[in-house]
Design a binder for this molecule. Structure first.
Ligand code: AMP
Length: 195
């Protein structure tokens, strides 16, 4: 598939290591340099603001989706190509998913994890065929990916669904992998083959 837009999920904080900020800048630049539209949560704070600023500074288009209730807390970014204000968190995630051809999580907290896992489960159910990736920074996601392998070993996730999540420390390599990704065949929940 040829990507036109990429959604980035990331912390509303910057985290404790400057490497996270640097990774957000590199990812924002890489997205813009490829002519892709960045879709994100619309805030000006934390890694959210940093990835958006980096994409804008590199001449990219950036679309933010922010719930009315968070416009002040996360400070709706004033300089975006477009800021959409929606009714709530559910509408935010649905709109980000609708506008994006792929999803990348940078380091972040509960919101980032929740956004990533929700869009992943939508893919697992065949609601969309869009790829997902983690930008690995400083081993931030190592324990999570190890745990996900454990969940597969224990028979709760199929390996083809685990493989939907690409991981790379390098923005350009990650975007290449997402671009090359082939959607899975639609799930056959009706059959009784063991996982
Ligand atoms: P965090 O990773 O916790 O710093 O949050 C990153 C982003 O996720 C912020 O824009 C949060 O507002 C957002 N967020 C947190 N919880 C949710 C949720 N349930 N649905 C959508 N966005 C959320």
């Amino acid at each position: 598939m040829s990507l036109r837009s990429v959604c980035v999920f990331c912390g509303a904080s910057t985290g404790s290591n400057p490497a996270y900020r640097e990774a957000a800048i590199a990812l924002g630049q890489s997205i813009a340099q490829r002519g892709l539209t960045l879709v994100y949560g619309g805030g000006a704070v934390g890694l959210m603001g940093i990835v958006a600023d980096a994409a804008l500074a590199a001449g990219g288009e950036v679309v933010g989706i922010i719930p009315e209730s968070l416009k002040n807390a996360e400070i709706g970014h004033p300089g975006l190509t477009r800021l959409e204000v929606v009714d709530g968190m559910h509408a935010r995630k649905a709109r980000m998913a609708e506008l994006s051809d792929a999803f990348i999580a940078l380091p972040g907290g509960l919101g980032t994890l929740e956004e990533l896992f929700e869009v992943w489960t939508w893919g697992q159910l065949g609601y969309h065929g869009k790829p997902l990736g983690l930008l690995e920074v400083n081993g931030f996601y190592e324990k999570l990916t190890g745990f996900l392998d454990h969940v597969v070993e224990e028979g709760f996730v199929r390996s083809q669904h685990r493989a939907m999540l690409q991981v790379s420390p390098e923005p350009s390599a990650l975007l290449d992998a997402l671009d090359a990704w082939q959607p899975l065949a639609p799930p056959k929940w009706a059959d009784e083959t063991p996982r």
